[in-house]
Ligand binder design. Structure first.
Ligand code: UT7
Length: 332
């Protein structure tokens, strides 16, 4: 029997309506549209507004649309993995909430925390369930409501991030398509440079943690930038090398959208021209676990069966990695 692979058979995304432009941010912090555009590539990002609305509010429509596109019912989902660092609650898992709201009565699931690498960690995990032969329909949704943990007084962080969700369906195939290879890494010493200090069990919420603004994202941008440029480029190059892929063989780089300069450096290392690099940072900013599936959603119509994709990310943890995907379907 030939090897069972996990193929991506559908993709969908969701971003909230509310747009926050660089000019809007100029009114909140000491920054400028010009600085943000040239240093990051971002022009605008989305923000989920409304009391009591968490990440699930974006993941639910993303997954519902995914099922509609594939023409399957929620009861057919076996497993739903939700990659997020902004879960609706500390517990229960946002995955459980999504499954309940969409009627995925036969699914089990869990949340996966790997920050900006959350989606690729989720794909690697989901793929293994499919390859085991026991699971036929696995949903991986990457979602973050970064606006919930952003300090709109901190120009180092509030200009970068946005809210959004993207989802894929993984199904088994015996053909030579799907998730072909992956290289993933983690280095927990990165905590010093990128974290949300309070709200977990180490520093539970107190009046002091709130007053000290410790429930917001802290990032030492320059340091993270250096790690990101080197590691995302290296791992993307390494996965090409391991799979004997030349620059001409790679149809698309699907990079995490943290900073256009990091994306350009990665593409350069891989020898790819910008026409083969997915980019939507200008519209959505950095949606953390949402960036890669949102790119796939935006570019889906340009993807052809057999295309070679390299998904690559770097983020909090530190976590980073790359996944080689052979696209499994033509545009409908
Ligand atoms: O997705 C998860 C992983 N995260 C990342 O990959 C993000 C990695 N880091 C970055 O993308 C970049 O480091 C940032 C976009 C966060 C910052 O860009 P940078 O080019 O590294 O800027 P910097 O922090 O070195 O600051 C350069 C200057 C400083 O002024 P001086 O000291 O040169 O006078 C900052 O104070 O720019 C200033 N600055 C700003 N100016 C206007 C910093 N933030 C801003 C701002 N608006 N928002």
């Amino acid at each position: 029997m030939s090897q069972l692979r996990a193929a991506i058979t559908a993709v969908n995304g969701f971003v909230p309506e509310d747009v926050v432009t660089n000019f809007d941010l100029e009114k909140m912090v000491d920054t400028s549209d010009e600085w943000i555009r040239t240093r990051t590539g971002i022009i605008e990002r989305r923000r989920l507004k409304g009391e009591g609305k968490g990440s699930s509010q974006m993941a639910i429509p993303a997954v519902q649309g995914l099922l509609e596109k594939r023409g399957i019912s929620p009861e057919e989902i076996d497993l739903l993995i939700c990659a997020t660092v902004t879960p609706d609650h500390v517990f229960p898992a946002t995955s459980n909430i999504i499954c309940d709201k969409i009627g995925a009565k036969n699914a089990w699931g869990y949340d996966l925390s790997a920050a900006c690498s959350g989606f690729i960690y989720g794909v690697e995990t989901g793929r293994r369930f499919v390859e085991s032969g026991q699971y036929k329909k696995v949903v991986v949704v990457g979602v973050d409501k970064m606006s919930a943990i952003l300090d709109y007084q901190d120009r180092n962080t509030c200009i970068i991030f946005g809210d959004g969700a993207g989802a894929i369906l993984l199904e088994p195939t015996e053909e030579e398509f799907g998730i072909m290879d992956s290289i993933l890494h983690a280095d927990g010493s990165g905590i010093d440079y990128l974290h949300q200090k309070a709200g977990g069990s180490a520093y539970p919420p107190t009046e002091e943690t709130v007053a000290n603004r410790q429930h917001f994202v802290y990032q030492e941008g320059k340091t993270v930038f250096k790690f990101a440029v080197t590691n995302m480029a290296d791992v993307s190059y390494n996965i090409m090398e391991r799979n004997n892929l030349s620059s001409d063989d790679v149809n698309w780089l699907v990079p995490h959208q943290a900073n256009k300069r990091i994306i350009d450096a990665t593409a350069n290392r891989m020898g790819l021209p910008s026409e083969r690099v997915m980019l939507n940072i200008q519209r959505y900013g950095n949606t953390t676990a949402g960036t890669i599936p949102l790119c796939l959603w935006d570019y889906e119509k340009q993807l052809k069966k057999g295309d070679n994709l390299v998904l690559a990310a770097f983020g909090g943890g530190f976590t980073w990695g790359a996944i080689y995907v052979k696209w499994a379907y033509d545009p409908s």
